[in-house]
Design a protein around this ligand. Structure first.
Ligand code: HSE
Length: 441
Protein backbone atom coordinates (compact mmCIF):
# COMPACT_ATOMS: atom_id res chain seq x y z
CA UNK A 1 0.00 0.00 0.00
CA UNK A 2 1.15 3.57 -0.65
CA UNK A 3 1.98 5.41 2.51
CA UNK A 4 1.27 9.07 2.88
CA UNK A 5 2.80 11.37 5.46
CA UNK A 6 0.07 13.89 4.78
CA UNK A 7 -2.68 13.45 7.33
CA UNK A 8 -6.30 12.67 6.49
CA UNK A 9 -8.40 15.29 8.28
CA UNK A 10 -11.52 14.03 9.99
CA UNK A 11 -14.46 16.10 11.22
CA UNK A 12 -16.95 14.58 13.62
CA UNK A 13 -20.49 16.00 13.65
CA UNK A 14 -22.31 15.02 16.86
CA UNK A 15 -20.93 13.87 20.18
CA UNK A 16 -23.66 11.66 21.68
CA UNK A 17 -23.29 8.02 22.70
CA UNK A 18 -21.76 6.86 19.42
CA UNK A 19 -19.87 10.09 18.64
CA UNK A 20 -18.15 9.98 22.03
CA UNK A 21 -16.92 6.44 21.39
CA UNK A 22 -15.75 7.34 17.88
CA UNK A 23 -13.75 10.30 19.26
CA UNK A 24 -12.27 8.13 22.04
CA UNK A 25 -11.25 5.30 19.69
CA UNK A 26 -9.90 7.69 17.03
CA UNK A 27 -7.60 9.09 19.73
CA UNK A 28 -6.69 5.91 21.63
CA UNK A 29 -6.19 3.78 18.52
CA UNK A 30 -4.89 6.43 16.17
CA UNK A 31 -1.65 4.61 15.36
CA UNK A 32 -3.19 1.31 14.36
CA UNK A 33 -6.08 2.93 12.47
CA UNK A 34 -3.56 5.15 10.64
CA UNK A 35 -1.42 2.12 9.78
CA UNK A 36 -4.47 0.40 8.26
CA UNK A 37 -5.50 3.52 6.33
CA UNK A 38 -1.97 4.13 5.06
CA UNK A 39 -1.89 7.75 6.31
CA UNK A 40 -2.04 9.53 9.66
CA UNK A 41 -5.65 10.08 10.72
CA UNK A 42 -6.24 13.41 12.43
CA UNK A 43 -9.45 14.32 14.23
CA UNK A 44 -9.57 18.05 13.54
CA UNK A 45 -12.81 18.96 15.31
CA UNK A 46 -16.11 17.88 16.82
CA UNK A 47 -19.21 19.91 15.98
CA UNK A 48 -21.72 20.10 18.84
CA UNK A 49 -24.80 22.18 19.56
CA UNK A 50 -23.77 23.05 23.12
CA UNK A 51 -20.16 23.70 24.13
CA UNK A 52 -20.99 23.66 27.85
CA UNK A 53 -22.52 20.16 28.08
CA UNK A 54 -20.69 17.82 30.47
CA UNK A 55 -18.81 15.20 28.43
CA UNK A 56 -16.87 11.97 28.79
CA UNK A 57 -13.24 12.56 29.90
CA UNK A 58 -12.06 11.00 26.62
CA UNK A 59 -13.26 14.06 24.70
CA UNK A 60 -10.62 16.71 24.06
CA UNK A 61 -12.71 19.84 24.72
CA UNK A 62 -10.37 21.98 22.62
CA UNK A 63 -11.75 20.12 19.55
CA UNK A 64 -15.36 21.17 20.23
CA UNK A 65 -16.87 23.79 17.96
CA UNK A 66 -20.28 25.19 17.05
CA UNK A 67 -19.08 26.34 13.62
CA UNK A 68 -20.03 23.20 11.70
CA UNK A 69 -19.63 24.69 8.23
CA UNK A 70 -16.09 25.93 8.92
CA UNK A 71 -15.17 22.48 10.26
CA UNK A 72 -16.64 20.71 7.22
CA UNK A 73 -14.75 23.00 4.84
CA UNK A 74 -11.39 21.83 6.28
CA UNK A 75 -12.13 18.07 6.38
CA UNK A 76 -11.25 15.19 4.04
CA UNK A 77 -13.74 12.90 5.78
CA UNK A 78 -16.89 14.03 7.62
CA UNK A 79 -18.51 11.65 10.11
CA UNK A 80 -22.19 12.48 10.62
CA UNK A 81 -23.58 11.12 13.90
CA UNK A 82 -26.21 13.74 14.72
CA UNK A 83 -29.25 11.64 13.75
CA UNK A 84 -32.62 12.71 12.31
CA UNK A 85 -33.23 14.32 8.93
CA UNK A 86 -32.30 17.98 9.50
CA UNK A 87 -29.72 19.39 9.96
CA UNK A 88 -27.89 16.17 8.86
CA UNK A 89 -29.29 16.28 5.30
CA UNK A 90 -28.04 19.83 4.75
CA UNK A 91 -24.69 19.12 6.40
CA UNK A 92 -24.07 15.88 4.48
CA UNK A 93 -24.91 17.70 1.22
CA UNK A 94 -22.51 20.49 2.22
CA UNK A 95 -19.74 17.96 2.98
CA UNK A 96 -20.18 16.02 -0.29
CA UNK A 97 -20.30 19.22 -2.36
CA UNK A 98 -17.12 20.47 -0.69
CA UNK A 99 -15.25 17.31 -1.75
CA UNK A 100 -15.28 15.40 1.56
CA UNK A 101 -16.20 11.74 1.79
CA UNK A 102 -18.96 11.13 4.32
CA UNK A 103 -19.42 8.35 6.87
CA UNK A 104 -22.86 8.26 8.46
CA UNK A 105 -24.84 6.05 10.80
CA UNK A 106 -28.08 7.83 9.96
CA UNK A 107 -30.61 5.21 8.77
CA UNK A 108 -33.57 7.62 8.73
CA UNK A 109 -31.68 10.00 6.45
CA UNK A 110 -30.60 7.25 4.03
CA UNK A 111 -33.99 5.54 3.96
CA UNK A 112 -35.72 8.78 3.00
CA UNK A 113 -33.09 10.84 1.09
CA UNK A 114 -30.49 8.19 0.19
CA UNK A 115 -30.80 8.51 -3.63
CA UNK A 116 -30.17 12.27 -3.61
CA UNK A 117 -27.08 11.77 -1.43
CA UNK A 118 -25.68 8.82 -3.44
CA UNK A 119 -26.08 10.92 -6.61
CA UNK A 120 -24.39 13.90 -4.98
CA UNK A 121 -21.43 11.73 -3.88
CA UNK A 122 -21.00 10.47 -7.43
CA UNK A 123 -21.30 13.94 -8.97
CA UNK A 124 -18.62 15.24 -6.60
CA UNK A 125 -16.35 12.22 -7.03
CA UNK A 126 -16.41 11.36 -3.31
CA UNK A 127 -17.74 8.43 -1.26
CA UNK A 128 -20.68 7.92 1.07
CA UNK A 129 -20.26 5.10 3.61
CA UNK A 130 -23.00 3.86 5.97
CA UNK A 131 -22.11 0.52 7.59
CA UNK A 132 -23.21 1.86 11.00
CA UNK A 133 -26.70 2.71 9.72
CA UNK A 134 -27.86 -0.92 9.79
CA UNK A 135 -27.44 -3.29 12.74
CA UNK A 136 -24.60 -1.39 14.49
CA UNK A 137 -21.42 -3.46 14.56
CA UNK A 138 -22.79 -6.20 12.29
CA UNK A 139 -21.04 -5.92 8.88
CA UNK A 140 -24.14 -6.59 6.81
CA UNK A 141 -23.86 -3.60 4.46
CA UNK A 142 -20.38 -4.76 3.47
CA UNK A 143 -21.64 -8.35 3.32
CA UNK A 144 -24.43 -7.54 0.88
CA UNK A 145 -22.58 -4.98 -1.19
CA UNK A 146 -19.21 -6.71 -1.50
CA UNK A 147 -19.13 -10.28 -0.15
CA UNK A 148 -22.29 -11.18 -2.09
CA UNK A 149 -21.46 -9.25 -5.26
CA UNK A 150 -21.07 -12.60 -7.03
CA UNK A 151 -24.44 -13.97 -6.04
CA UNK A 152 -28.16 -13.32 -6.44
CA UNK A 153 -29.97 -12.47 -3.21
CA UNK A 154 -33.54 -13.72 -2.92
CA UNK A 155 -34.40 -12.62 0.62
CA UNK A 156 -33.07 -10.58 3.53
CA UNK A 157 -34.78 -10.85 6.89
CA UNK A 158 -33.86 -10.35 10.47
CA UNK A 159 -33.99 -8.76 13.86
CA UNK A 160 -32.73 -5.25 13.20
CA UNK A 161 -33.86 -3.43 16.32
CA UNK A 162 -32.21 -4.25 19.64
CA UNK A 163 -34.73 -2.40 21.80
CA UNK A 164 -37.74 -4.37 20.56
CA UNK A 165 -35.83 -7.65 20.67
CA UNK A 166 -34.95 -6.91 24.30
CA UNK A 167 -38.61 -6.13 25.09
CA UNK A 168 -40.02 -9.24 23.35
CA UNK A 169 -37.28 -11.44 24.83
CA UNK A 170 -38.02 -10.11 28.35
CA UNK A 171 -41.75 -10.75 27.80
CA UNK A 172 -40.91 -14.31 26.67
CA UNK A 173 -38.23 -15.34 29.15
CA UNK A 174 -39.13 -13.21 32.22
CA UNK A 175 -42.93 -13.22 31.81
CA UNK A 176 -42.99 -9.39 31.79
CA UNK A 177 -45.77 -7.43 30.16
CA UNK A 178 -44.98 -4.87 27.45
CA UNK A 179 -44.94 -1.78 29.73
CA UNK A 180 -42.65 -3.44 32.31
CA UNK A 181 -40.21 -4.62 29.63
CA UNK A 182 -40.18 -1.19 27.94
CA UNK A 183 -39.45 0.50 31.28
CA UNK A 184 -36.56 -1.91 31.91
CA UNK A 185 -35.21 -1.26 28.39
CA UNK A 186 -35.32 2.49 29.15
CA UNK A 187 -33.62 2.02 32.53
CA UNK A 188 -30.85 -0.03 30.90
CA UNK A 189 -30.39 2.67 28.26
CA UNK A 190 -31.51 0.62 25.21
CA UNK A 191 -34.76 2.46 24.56
CA UNK A 192 -35.05 6.20 24.03
CA UNK A 193 -37.24 8.31 26.33
CA UNK A 194 -39.53 8.49 23.26
CA UNK A 195 -39.37 4.87 22.11
CA UNK A 196 -41.70 5.34 19.14
CA UNK A 197 -39.17 4.78 16.30
CA UNK A 198 -38.16 1.49 17.92
CA UNK A 199 -41.45 0.03 19.20
CA UNK A 200 -43.55 1.19 16.24
CA UNK A 201 -41.12 -0.46 13.81
CA UNK A 202 -39.85 2.59 11.87
CA UNK A 203 -36.20 2.13 12.86
CA UNK A 204 -36.27 -1.46 11.55
CA UNK A 205 -38.25 -0.25 8.51
CA UNK A 206 -35.52 2.23 7.56
CA UNK A 207 -32.87 -0.49 7.94
CA UNK A 208 -34.66 -3.05 5.75
CA UNK A 209 -35.22 -0.37 3.09
CA UNK A 210 -31.45 0.28 3.00
CA UNK A 211 -30.64 -3.45 2.84
CA UNK A 212 -33.29 -4.14 0.18
CA UNK A 213 -31.85 -1.40 -2.06
CA UNK A 214 -28.44 -3.09 -1.81
CA UNK A 215 -29.73 -6.65 -2.15
CA UNK A 216 -32.02 -6.06 -5.12
CA UNK A 217 -30.17 -3.18 -6.83
CA UNK A 218 -33.33 -1.12 -6.81
CA UNK A 219 -34.06 2.13 -5.01
CA UNK A 220 -36.65 1.62 -2.29
CA UNK A 221 -37.51 3.86 0.64
CA UNK A 222 -39.08 3.63 4.08
CA UNK A 223 -42.43 4.56 2.48
CA UNK A 224 -42.32 1.26 0.54
CA UNK A 225 -42.15 -0.82 3.73
CA UNK A 226 -45.37 -2.05 5.40
CA UNK A 227 -44.59 -1.35 9.05
CA UNK A 228 -46.25 -2.78 12.15
CA UNK A 229 -44.68 -2.39 15.61
CA UNK A 230 -44.92 -4.45 18.78
CA UNK A 231 -47.33 -2.41 20.94
CA UNK A 232 -50.17 -4.85 20.17
CA UNK A 233 -48.27 -8.01 21.21
CA UNK A 234 -49.76 -9.37 24.44
CA UNK A 235 -48.45 -11.77 27.08
CA UNK A 236 -51.26 -14.06 25.92
CA UNK A 237 -49.92 -14.02 22.31
CA UNK A 238 -46.49 -14.96 23.61
CA UNK A 239 -47.93 -17.85 25.67
CA UNK A 240 -49.96 -19.14 22.69
CA UNK A 241 -46.90 -18.91 20.43
CA UNK A 242 -44.82 -20.78 23.01
CA UNK A 243 -47.44 -23.54 23.26
CA UNK A 244 -47.37 -23.97 19.49
CA UNK A 245 -43.53 -24.10 19.29
CA UNK A 246 -42.74 -20.49 18.33
CA UNK A 247 -41.26 -17.29 19.76
CA UNK A 248 -42.45 -13.82 18.76
CA UNK A 249 -39.82 -11.54 17.18
CA UNK A 250 -40.04 -8.24 15.32
CA UNK A 251 -38.96 -9.38 11.86
CA UNK A 252 -37.93 -7.00 9.10
CA UNK A 253 -38.19 -8.74 5.76
CA UNK A 254 -37.47 -8.03 2.09
CA UNK A 255 -38.15 -10.81 -0.35
CA UNK A 256 -38.33 -11.16 -4.07
CA UNK A 257 -41.20 -13.24 -5.46
CA UNK A 258 -43.91 -13.33 -8.11
CA UNK A 259 -47.24 -11.63 -7.61
CA UNK A 260 -50.62 -13.17 -8.42
CA UNK A 261 -50.20 -12.21 -12.13
CA UNK A 262 -46.77 -13.86 -12.29
CA UNK A 263 -44.83 -10.54 -12.24
CA UNK A 264 -41.55 -10.26 -10.33
CA UNK A 265 -41.61 -7.91 -7.32
CA UNK A 266 -40.20 -7.08 -3.90
CA UNK A 267 -42.19 -7.47 -0.71
CA UNK A 268 -40.99 -5.46 2.29
CA UNK A 269 -42.39 -5.46 5.79
CA UNK A 270 -41.69 -5.11 9.48
CA UNK A 271 -44.05 -7.10 11.66
CA UNK A 272 -44.24 -9.06 14.89
CA UNK A 273 -43.84 -12.63 13.67
CA UNK A 274 -44.04 -16.11 15.16
CA UNK A 275 -40.64 -17.67 14.48
CA UNK A 276 -40.39 -21.44 14.87
CA UNK A 277 -38.07 -22.40 17.71
CA UNK A 278 -35.70 -24.28 15.39
CA UNK A 279 -35.22 -21.19 13.15
CA UNK A 280 -31.81 -19.46 13.52
CA UNK A 281 -33.51 -16.12 14.36
CA UNK A 282 -35.37 -17.68 17.31
CA UNK A 283 -32.17 -17.94 19.36
CA UNK A 284 -31.28 -14.24 19.06
CA UNK A 285 -31.79 -12.94 22.59
CA UNK A 286 -31.60 -9.66 24.49
CA UNK A 287 -30.63 -6.59 22.49
CA UNK A 288 -28.69 -8.53 19.83
CA UNK A 289 -29.41 -8.19 16.09
CA UNK A 290 -29.20 -10.82 13.38
CA UNK A 291 -29.71 -10.61 9.63
CA UNK A 292 -30.37 -13.74 7.61
CA UNK A 293 -29.64 -13.58 3.89
CA UNK A 294 -30.83 -16.18 1.39
CA UNK A 295 -28.76 -16.15 -1.76
CA UNK A 296 -29.00 -18.39 -4.79
CA UNK A 297 -25.50 -19.91 -4.61
CA UNK A 298 -24.33 -19.17 -1.05
CA UNK A 299 -27.67 -20.39 0.34
CA UNK A 300 -28.28 -19.13 3.89
CA UNK A 301 -25.92 -16.71 5.65
CA UNK A 302 -26.47 -15.21 9.07
CA UNK A 303 -24.85 -11.99 10.32
CA UNK A 304 -25.13 -11.69 14.11
CA UNK A 305 -23.95 -9.16 16.68
CA UNK A 306 -24.61 -6.00 18.61
CA UNK A 307 -26.94 -3.70 16.73
CA UNK A 308 -26.78 -0.70 19.03
CA UNK A 309 -24.65 0.97 21.67
CA UNK A 310 -21.72 3.39 21.59
CA UNK A 311 -18.67 1.16 21.12
CA UNK A 312 -20.25 -1.46 18.80
CA UNK A 313 -21.65 1.24 16.48
CA UNK A 314 -18.33 3.13 16.65
CA UNK A 315 -16.61 -0.05 15.41
CA UNK A 316 -18.69 0.11 12.21
CA UNK A 317 -18.10 3.87 11.82
CA UNK A 318 -14.34 3.42 12.14
CA UNK A 319 -14.23 0.60 9.60
CA UNK A 320 -15.78 3.06 7.14
CA UNK A 321 -13.34 5.81 8.18
CA UNK A 322 -10.37 3.51 7.53
CA UNK A 323 -11.82 2.49 4.15
CA UNK A 324 -12.55 6.11 3.16
CA UNK A 325 -9.08 7.25 4.25
CA UNK A 326 -7.37 4.38 2.39
CA UNK A 327 -9.20 5.38 -0.79
CA UNK A 328 -7.91 8.93 -0.34
CA UNK A 329 -4.39 7.54 -0.17
CA UNK A 330 -4.42 4.90 -2.90
CA UNK A 331 -7.13 6.42 -5.11
CA UNK A 332 -10.30 4.85 -6.43
CA UNK A 333 -13.74 4.75 -4.93
CA UNK A 334 -15.95 2.81 -2.60
CA UNK A 335 -18.38 0.55 -4.49
CA UNK A 336 -21.04 2.83 -5.96
CA UNK A 337 -24.75 2.19 -5.88
CA UNK A 338 -25.39 -0.39 -8.63
CA UNK A 339 -28.89 0.08 -10.00
CA UNK A 340 -30.12 -2.29 -12.64
CA UNK A 341 -32.86 -4.12 -10.78
CA UNK A 342 -35.79 -1.80 -11.33
CA UNK A 343 -38.02 -4.36 -9.63
CA UNK A 344 -41.37 -2.95 -8.47
CA UNK A 345 -42.39 -3.02 -4.82
CA UNK A 346 -45.42 -5.26 -4.35
CA UNK A 347 -48.49 -3.88 -2.58
CA UNK A 348 -49.30 -5.31 0.86
CA UNK A 349 -52.14 -7.42 -0.60
CA UNK A 350 -49.61 -9.38 -2.73
CA UNK A 351 -47.29 -10.32 0.15
CA UNK A 352 -46.98 -14.00 1.06
CA UNK A 353 -46.73 -15.59 4.50
CA UNK A 354 -48.06 -18.26 6.80
CA UNK A 355 -50.34 -16.81 9.46
CA UNK A 356 -51.22 -17.46 13.09
CA UNK A 357 -54.83 -16.56 13.85
CA UNK A 358 -56.29 -16.66 17.35
CA UNK A 359 -60.07 -16.51 17.79
CA UNK A 360 -62.53 -16.60 20.63
CA UNK A 361 -65.57 -18.56 19.38
CA UNK A 362 -68.87 -19.82 20.76
CA UNK A 363 -68.22 -23.37 22.01
CA UNK A 364 -71.02 -25.14 20.22
CA UNK A 365 -71.48 -28.28 18.13
CA UNK A 366 -70.10 -27.82 14.61
CA UNK A 367 -68.22 -24.56 15.24
CA UNK A 368 -64.95 -26.04 13.99
CA UNK A 369 -66.62 -27.31 10.84
CA UNK A 370 -68.04 -23.81 10.17
CA UNK A 371 -64.64 -22.21 10.75
CA UNK A 372 -62.70 -24.59 8.56
CA UNK A 373 -65.23 -24.11 5.78
CA UNK A 374 -64.62 -20.35 5.80
CA UNK A 375 -60.90 -20.97 5.34
CA UNK A 376 -61.53 -23.54 2.60
CA UNK A 377 -63.92 -21.17 0.77
CA UNK A 378 -61.18 -18.50 0.69
CA UNK A 379 -58.62 -21.03 -0.59
CA UNK A 380 -56.57 -20.82 2.60
CA UNK A 381 -54.97 -24.10 3.67
CA UNK A 382 -54.63 -24.81 7.39
CA UNK A 383 -51.41 -26.32 8.75
CA UNK A 384 -52.69 -26.82 12.31
CA UNK A 385 -55.68 -26.09 14.54
CA UNK A 386 -55.53 -26.01 18.32
CA UNK A 387 -58.18 -25.45 20.94
CA UNK A 388 -57.10 -23.94 24.25
CA UNK A 389 -58.66 -21.85 27.00
CA UNK A 390 -62.38 -21.97 27.64
CA UNK A 391 -64.49 -19.11 28.98
CA UNK A 392 -68.00 -17.72 29.20
CA UNK A 393 -69.79 -14.63 27.96
CA UNK A 394 -73.31 -13.20 28.08
CA UNK A 395 -75.78 -12.62 30.92
CA UNK A 396 -74.81 -14.73 33.92
CA UNK A 397 -71.94 -16.09 31.82
CA UNK A 398 -74.42 -18.45 30.21
CA UNK A 399 -72.64 -18.88 26.86
CA UNK A 400 -69.56 -21.12 26.73
CA UNK A 401 -66.64 -19.92 24.58
CA UNK A 402 -63.30 -21.37 23.61
CA UNK A 403 -60.10 -20.09 22.03
CA UNK A 404 -59.00 -21.57 18.72
CA UNK A 405 -55.57 -20.96 17.22
CA UNK A 406 -55.04 -21.72 13.55
CA UNK A 407 -51.75 -21.73 11.66
CA UNK A 408 -52.06 -21.56 7.89
CA UNK A 409 -49.78 -22.62 5.08
CA UNK A 410 -48.25 -19.86 2.89
CA UNK A 411 -50.97 -17.63 1.50
CA UNK A 412 -51.37 -14.15 0.05
CA UNK A 413 -52.22 -11.33 2.45
CA UNK A 414 -55.35 -10.54 0.39
CA UNK A 415 -56.76 -14.04 1.07
CA UNK A 416 -56.12 -13.73 4.80
CA UNK A 417 -57.75 -10.29 4.84
CA UNK A 418 -60.87 -11.87 3.25
CA UNK A 419 -60.99 -14.68 5.81
CA UNK A 420 -60.55 -12.25 8.72
CA UNK A 421 -63.36 -10.04 7.45
CA UNK A 422 -65.63 -13.09 7.17
CA UNK A 423 -64.71 -14.23 10.67
CA UNK A 424 -65.34 -10.78 12.14
CA UNK A 425 -68.85 -10.83 10.67
CA UNK A 426 -69.59 -14.38 11.79
CA UNK A 427 -72.10 -15.10 14.60
CA UNK A 428 -69.88 -17.93 15.88
CA UNK A 429 -66.85 -15.69 16.39
CA UNK A 430 -66.82 -13.55 19.55
CA UNK A 431 -63.51 -11.86 18.69
CA UNK A 432 -60.52 -12.17 16.38
CA UNK A 433 -57.83 -11.88 19.06
CA UNK A 434 -54.63 -11.89 16.96
CA UNK A 435 -53.40 -12.19 13.40
CA UNK A 436 -49.62 -12.55 13.15
CA UNK A 437 -47.22 -13.70 10.45
CA UNK A 438 -45.36 -16.99 10.89
CA UNK A 439 -41.79 -17.80 9.81
CA UNK A 440 -40.97 -21.51 9.64
CA UNK A 441 -37.37 -22.74 9.52
N1 HSE B 1 -32.47 2.09 18.58
C1 HSE B 1 -31.88 1.09 17.75
C2 HSE B 1 -32.06 -0.27 18.38
C3 HSE B 1 -30.41 1.30 17.47
O1 HSE B 1 -32.62 -0.40 19.46
O2 HSE B 1 -31.64 -1.25 17.76
C4 HSE B 1 -30.18 2.39 16.48
O3 HSE B 1 -30.85 2.14 15.28
Amino acid sequence: MNKSTESVKIALLGCGTVGTQVARLLTEQRDLLSARAGAPLELIGIAVSNLETERDGAIDRSLLTKDTSALISKADIVIELIGGIEPPRTLVREALCSGSSVVTGNKALLATHGPELYDLAEQNDVDLYYEAAVAGAVPVVYGLRESLAGDRVNAVMGIMNGTTNFILDSMTTQNMDFDEALLLAQQLGFAEADPSADVDGYDAGAKIAILASLAFHTRVSLDDVVVEGIRGVTADDIASAEAAGYVIKLIARAERHFDSRGEDGIEMSVSPTLVSKDHPLASVHGSFNAVLVEAQSADRLMFFGRGAGGAPTASAVLSDVVAAAAKRVIGGHAPREVLYGDVPVLPRSESMSSFFIKLEVIDTVGVLATLTKRFADAGVSMASVMQNKSGHIGDNHSLATTQITIITHQVRQSSIDCVIEELQNSDDVVEVLSVLKVEEN
